[in-house]
Write a protein that binds this ligand. Sequence first.
Ligand code: GTP
Length: 222
Amino acid sequence: MNEFRSSAAGDYDYLIKLLVLGDSGVGKTSFLVRYVDDRFCDRFLSTVGIDFKEKRITKNRKRLRLQLWDTAGQERFRSLATAFFRNAMGFILVYDITNRQSFVNIRDWLEQLRTHSYSYEPLAILVGNKTDLHLERSIEKSDGERLATKCGMNYIETSAKSGENVREAVDILLDLVWDKMMKTIPAVGDPLLHSLVAVEDDGRTSRQTELESGNGKRCCYS
Ligand code: GTP
């Protein structure tokens, strides 16, 4: 048996934790609700602290248990949110294409990510949300693409309201995480493999890989 597989109970092969971050109101919760439950709510109920949703999917004939962590964008919850960065394997950075400040603040979120996640260059995707509001757009798609390229990320525009590209965004990040896992897991002595952590999961013991890449520093800001 492959000891890095996750489920002692046998109902999934790998546990993958992704985390969504960005300013309050950009649509992080809505994005996750669309992805997991395929629905949308117009009401704005700001996330308090941190929350998560789960979804089971199959990838390359392996059963994945996805844990999608939803952080609060409000400043007062910042330190609580960053405490969860360390355990996530991939990150979805979200801004609102109609809100310039949320785009400007992506640089701060990225700095937070680099400080508190497993690596200075964590696996992340930049998402410009609310494309259904294209008439109110204040950030051009090319600006989003340029920032993402500078920062070594993929870029995609989504609408949690219409559902456009939401699944595609998660799939892009999952591909990156999957590739890294497949490269890392077999190599026990590899420096990329930071540690293997046994976690208690609903009373069952499972294993979660914590990945750590090199500490080479690279700044994307010009
Ligand atoms: P915090 O929990 O405070 O960090 O906010 P959040 O980023 O989770 O935002 P949330 O998902 O709660 O959405 C904020 C508001 O934007 C809500 O009124 C949503 O209905 C709306 N919203 C989210 N995504 C979209 C979208 O794609 N299009 C439109 N038109 N509205 C959206």
